[in-house]
Design a protein around this ligand. Structure first.
Ligand code: HEC
Length: 149
C-alpha cells in the first residue's frame, strides 16, 4: 500500500512533538539565524523579518517588512510556512525560493532543522498544525491574536 506509506510519512513529519529538549537544542541552532532574525517579546526587524508567529504565516506577508519579489511571489503562489515547508526551505533557501534575498546557504542536518523548528514553534503559540486535513478536537479556541495595540 503505497498510499499508506506516504500517509505515515506525512503524519510522522507533521506530528513531531516539540519537546522542551529539542527546543533547547534548537535555540543553539538559531544562533545561525540571529544575525538576521529576531524572536521573542522585543523582537525587531533586522536584515530579515521577525520570526514570531512564522508558523502558519503565508510567505512574504509580514506587514512592516520589505520582502524580495521572489518571496512575495511564492506567498502569492500559496506557500504557507509549516513544519514541512520550513524544513524544506531551511535545507536550501535559494532552491525553494529562487531569488530570495535571504543570504543563507542552508542547514544540512535534518536533526538540527527539527530542533530549530521545535524552538521556533514556541514563538508561534497560536499555531495549530493541520493534522493531515483532519480536525481532531479543537481544544484551543482563544479568539485573540497578537494583543498589544
Ligand atoms: C544573512 C541574513 C539571514 C540569515 C543568516 C537567515 N535569514 Fe532568514 N531571511 C533573511 C532575509 C533577508 C529574508 C527575507 C527574504 C526575502 O524577502 O526574499 C529572510 C526570510 C526568512 C523566512 C521567511 C519569512 C517570511 O515572513 O515569509 C524564514 C522562515 C526565515 N528567513 C528563516 C530563517 C532561519 C530559521 C534562519 C536560520 C537557520 C535564517 N532565516 C537565517 C535573512 C537571513
Amino acid at each position: 500500500m503505497r498510499l499508506a506509506v506516504v500517509v505515515a510519512a506525512v503524519l510522522a513529519l507533521g506530528t513531531i512533538p516539540a519537546s522542551a529538549q529539542d527546543a533547547a537544542r534548537g535555540e543553539q541552532v538559531f544562533k545561525k539565524c540571529v544575525a538576521c532574525h529576531a524572536v521573542g517579546e522585543n523582537a525587531k526587524t533586522k536584515v530579515g523579518p521577525v520570526l514570531n508567529d512564522v508558523f502558519g504565516r503565508t510567505a512574504g506577508t509580514l506587514a512592516d517588512y520589505k520582502y524580495s519579489k521572489a518571496m512575495i511571489g511564492v506567498g502569492e503562489g500559496g506557500l504557507v510556512w509549516t513544519h514541512e515547508t520550513l524544513f524544506e526551505y531551511l535545507h536550501k533557501p535559494n532552491e525553494m525560493v529562487k531569488g530570495t534575498k535571504m543570504a543563507f546557504a542552508g542547514i544540512k542536518s535534518d536533526e538540527e532543522i527539527n530542533d530549530l523548528l521545535a524552538y521556533l514553534q514556541t514563538f508561534s503559540p497560536d499555531y495549530v498544525p493541520a493534522a493531515g486535513g483532519e480536525e481532531e478536537g479543537e481544544d484551543s479556541d482563544e479568539g485573540e491574536e497578537g494583543g498589544g495595540k
